[in-house]
Design a protein around this ligand. Structure first.
Ligand SMILES: Nc1ncnc2c1ncn2[C@@H]1O[C@H](COP(=O)(O)OP(=O)(O)O)[C@@H](O)[C@H]1O
Ligand SMILES: [Mg+2]
Length: 281
């Protein structure tokens, strides 16, 4: 297994969220081993890697849904395992890869659940809560769906509702596991632009898993490439996304060219010499 390559030469920004020697396992099966990660504050970090390499597992540990077998996750320098649940919920919002909604819940009710960490026994619902929910629903374009049961929505609508719930939580740190799943290409771009906007306007720190390498290169400030439960490379996309990396991580031959729209690296699968031609009529 290769060494982690740190290709960024800029001084590393501070990190409220970090992993140190993180080893994660399901029963006796180790899935992630000795992972060190500093999530750069105020940036968008995108995690990529082949299926089953441990991306979701890592994200769940960063959000304390999974307890480390060894090592630790640090929030503001303190071990997550020793941080009060309320403080974590006010700091970190996590959208898992396959969230499950309570049966028959409406869209507005589900989004409102994002406010739970902010509520107190003496005040169940505040103007702040109302504003956060309204704002999150508008930003994700689900306002019209407010009274609909979540289980009657299309996959794409449901995904936007989950994103609204995570946004309503108004945390500085947002962890999103494949937030574009089930979305058509226009809604994918809309969600990724929204994430960018939240980062830009409100300084949110985002960690998201994306399976599309080209979207990752476009939207990441900091790209983390994983393979077999380890980080293989990390840094700005234009320093990390190369044909060598794509071969090493995905076992795929490719040509990397500048994205004609943004100039970011664009991965085109296949080698020019062996590209198969379509049958001509
Ligand atoms: N709840 C679980 N119980 C047991 N094994 C799991 C569980 N979740 C994931 N795994 C296994 O851990 C490995 C990593 O999974 P995951 O982190 O979901 O990968 P990725 O998100 O990169 O596709 C896979 O082999 C998967 O089968
Ligand atoms: Mg996953």
């Amino acid at each position: 297994m290769s060494e982690t390559r740190e290709t960024s030469e800029t001084p590393s920004p501070t990190s409220r969220l970090a992993a140190r020697g993180l080893t994660l396992a399901y029963d006796d099966r180790t899935v992630v081993e000795g992972l060190d990660l500093d999530v750069p504050d105020g940036e968008v970090t995108v995690v990529v890697g082949p299926n089953a390499c441990g991306k979701s597992t890592t994200l769940r540990a960063l959000g304390r849904l999974l307890k480390p077998k060894h090592g630790s996750v640090l929030l503001d320098g303190a071990e997550l395992a020793r941080t009060p649940t309320r403080k974590i919920a006010q700091s970190i919002g996590l959208l898992p890869q396959s969230p499950v909604a309570p049966e028959a819940i409406t869209v507005a009710d589900l989004v409102s659940r994002g406010r739970q960490p902010h509520q107190h026994w003496w005040q169940q619902w505040s103007e702040d809560d109302e504003r956060a929910v309204t704002d999150a629903m508008e930003r994700t374009d689900v306002t019209e769906l407010g009274d609909r049961p979540v289980d009657e929505l299309s996959g794409g609508q449901r995904q936007r509702v989950w994103i609204a719930m995570a946004l309503a939580q108004e945390t500085d740190l947002l962890l999103l596991d494949e937030p574009t799943t089930y979305l058509d290409i226009a809604h994918q771009v809309e969600v990724l632009d929204l994430v960018r906007q939240l980062n830009h306007d409100r300084g949110r720190t985002v960690v998201m898993v994306l399976h599309d390498l080209n979207q990752a290169a476009r939207y990441a400030d900091h790209l983390v490439a994983m393979k077999d439960g380890r980080i293989v490379a990390q840094g700005p996309p234009d320093e990390t996304v190369t044909a060598d990396l794509v071969r090493e991580v995905f076992g795929l031959e490719s040509v990397v060219i500048p994205d004609p729209v943004t100039g970011d690296p664009l991965v085109v699968p296949g080698t020019p010499s062996i590209a198969l031609r379509k049958a001509t009529p």
